[in-house]
Ligand binder design. Structure first.
Ligand code: SF4
Length: 428
C-alpha cells in the first residue's frame, strides 16, 4: 500500500513517518489484499452488469471497502480482517450473480467436446472472459462465413446452448494467456481481446489484433459498442486458415447444474469405494517453471480419484486423457475462474448428501494463483470456512509474515511442496 504522506510503502522498510500515518505493515497488507479482492469482484460484477444483472449489496460493499483504504481513516486491525472476509462473501455473491446472468442469457452449460483444429476459410480467435462479446461476434460473423475460435478462458463458452448453436463457433485454439505472443503470432487470422489477461502484442500481429470492452492495448484498434465489422473485415482480408485436424479434443462444460444432475451416480461411486477422493486443481496460469507442479500433480493423482478444474490453470493438464470411473470422467472442467461458484455449489451439495461439513468431504483444493480474481476466490473460500487449501506456486507477496501466519493458523492454508509430498499428506 503506497502512503501518500511519506511517499513510501506504508509501514514498510522505507516508511519514514509511521507515527504520522499510523499504519503498520499488517494493516497495509490487509488493505492490499482488500483492494486486490475488490478488483476481482469488479471483474465479475462488470460482466454481470453487461448482462443487466446488479447486486446492490455488492455495489455498496465496494464503496465502503474502498473508502476504508483511504489514508488516515481506519487503523483497526480487527475491522480490516472482517472486511477482508466480507470481501470473500461479496465475491461469492458477485460470482453467483454472474453465473445466473450467464445461464439466463446463454442457457445452462452441458459437457461438450471441443475440436482444436481449423476449418478452411477466414477465422477470428477471441480471448478473455466476456461471453456477451463472443455472442455478438458470432452473430455478426456467421452471415459473413467467418469462423470463430475460442482461446484461453473462452473455452467453456462452447458448453452454453445459445453460443454453441452458432455454426461458426468452430473450435478452440491455443492455451493460457501467457502463451499469447507465440500463439497469436502463429494464428493467421484476426484476433480479439475482450478482458483482462491480454498481453501487449508483437509487431508481427498487432495490425490483426483488436480489443473491446475494458481491454485496451497500444497501437491496437479498439472496438466500440460491440460493432465487430472491422474484426470480421480483417479476418476476411487475411490468408484463409488451412483446414486441419486438431492434435487433441478438449472436454469442458461441467457446470454445477449438470454435475448435480448426476449427483446420485457420483455419490453412489463414492459410497461403493470406487471414488476415493476429489481434487480441485485450478486457478490462474502463469509462466513460472515451478507451475509444472500442477501437471505433475494431476498425472500422479491415483486412478480412483477425480480431478475437478477451472480457470486457465487447467491448460497445464487438460489435454491429458484421465479416463473415467463408471462413466464419470476423472477430469471435470467446470469452466472459467468465475465458475469457482460451480465448484462451491457442488461441494456444498456433496456435504449435504453425506451429512457432513465441506471440510469433512474427501475433497482437497490445490490452487494456482496469479491475479486479482484468484485473490477474491481465495477470500471466498476463507469466508466459507474452507480449510487446508493449498496454493502456489508461491505465497502472495502482499501478505506479510504475520497475516500469512494468521491465515495459516485459522484456516490451515498451505503452500504447495512437491506433488508426491502433497499427495501423500492428503491421501495418507
Ligand atoms: S484464470 Fe486468471 S490468469 Fe487465467 S485468464 Fe482468467 S483471470 Fe487471467
Amino acid at each position: 500500500m503506497f502512503c501518500y504522506q511519506c511517499e513510501q510503502t506504508a509501514g514498510g522498510t522505507g516508511c519514514t513517518k509511521a507515527g504520522v500515518c499510523g499504519k503498520n505493515e499488517d494493516i497495509a497488507s490487509l488493505q492490499d489484499t482488500l483492494i486486490l479482492g475488490l478488483k476481482g469482484i469488479a471483474a465479475y460484477a462488470y460482466h454481470a452488469g453487461e448482462l443487466g444483472a446488479r447486486d446492490e449489496q455488492v455495489d455498496a460493499f465496494m464503496h465502503e471497502a474502498l473508502f476504508t483504504t483511504l489514508t488516515n481513516v481506519n487503523f483497526d486491525l480487527k475491522d480490516h480482517i472482517e472486511k477482508v472476509l466480507r470481501c470473500g462473501e461479496m465475491n461469492l455473491r458477485a460470482m453467483e450473480l454472474l453465473d445466473r446472468a450467464n445461464v439466463d442469457r446463454f442457457g445452462s452449460p452441458e459437457p461438450v467436446r471441443v475440436s482444436t483444429g481449423f476449418k478452411p476459410g477466414p477465422g477470428i480467435v477471441i480471448t478473455g472472459h466476456d461471453l456477451l462479446d463472443l455472442y455478438e461476434l458470432l452473430k455478426q460473423a456467421e452471415p459473413e462465413g467467418v469462423s470463430v475460435y475460442t482461446h484461453g478462458e473462452m473455452l467453456p463458452a462452447h458448453a452454453y446452448p445459445e453460443l454453441k448453436k452458432f455454426r461458426n463457433l468452430a473450435g478452440h485454439y491455443g492455451s493460457a494467456w501467457q502463451n499469447q505472443k507465440k500463439e497469436f503470432d502463429e494464428f493467421p487470422g484476426a484476433i480479439l481481446g475482450t478482458t483482462n489477461c491480454v498481453l501487449i502484442p508483437k509487431d508481427s500481429y498487432k495490425d490483426r489484433m483488436f480489443t473491446c470492452g475494458i481491454a485496451r492495448l497500444p497501437e491496437v484498434v479498439h472496438i466500440k459498442d460491440r460493432d465487430f465489422r472491422a474484426v470480421i473485415e480483417k479476418a476476411k482480408s487475411c490468408p484463409p486458415l488451412p483446414g486441419k485436424e486438431g492434435s487433441v479434443v478438449l472436454t469442458t462444460g461441467f457446470h454445477h447444474n449438470f454435475v448435480l444432475s448426476i449427483a446420485d451416480k457420483i455419490i453412489g461411486a463414492v459410497k461403493a469405494g470406487k471414488i476415493r477422493h476429489f481434487f480441485l486443481v485450478g486457478g490462474c496460469e502463469g509462466s513460472k517453471a515451478s507451475r509444472s507442479y500442477y501437471t505433475e500433480f494431476v498425472r500422479k493423482v491415483p486412478k480412483d480419484c477425480v480431478v475437478l478444474t477451472l480457470g486457465c490453470g487447467k491448460y497445464r493438464f487438460n489435454h491429458l486423457d484421465l479416463g473415467d470411473i463408471d462413466g464419470i470422467p476423472r477430469l471435470i472442467d467446470m469452466g472459467q475462474c468465475n465458475n469457482a461458484y460451480s465448484a462451491i455449489q457442488v461441494a456444498v451439495a456433496l456435504a449435504k448428501a453425506f451429512n457432513c461439513g465441506v471440510n469433512d468431504l474427501p475433497l482437497s483444493l490445490v490452487l494456482s494463483w496469479f491475479e486479482q480474481k484468484a485473490v477474491a476466490i481465495l477470500l471466498t473460500l476463507l469466508h466459507l470456512g474452507v480449510k487446508n487449501v493449498r496454493i502456489g506456486p508461491s505465497a502472495p507477496a502482499f501478505l506479510t509474515p504475520n497475516v500469512l501466519a494468521v491465515i495459516q493458523q485459522n484456516y490451515g492454508l498451505k503452500l504447495i511442496t512437491t506433488p508426491d509430498q502433497d499427495l501423500n499428506e492428503i491421501l495418507g
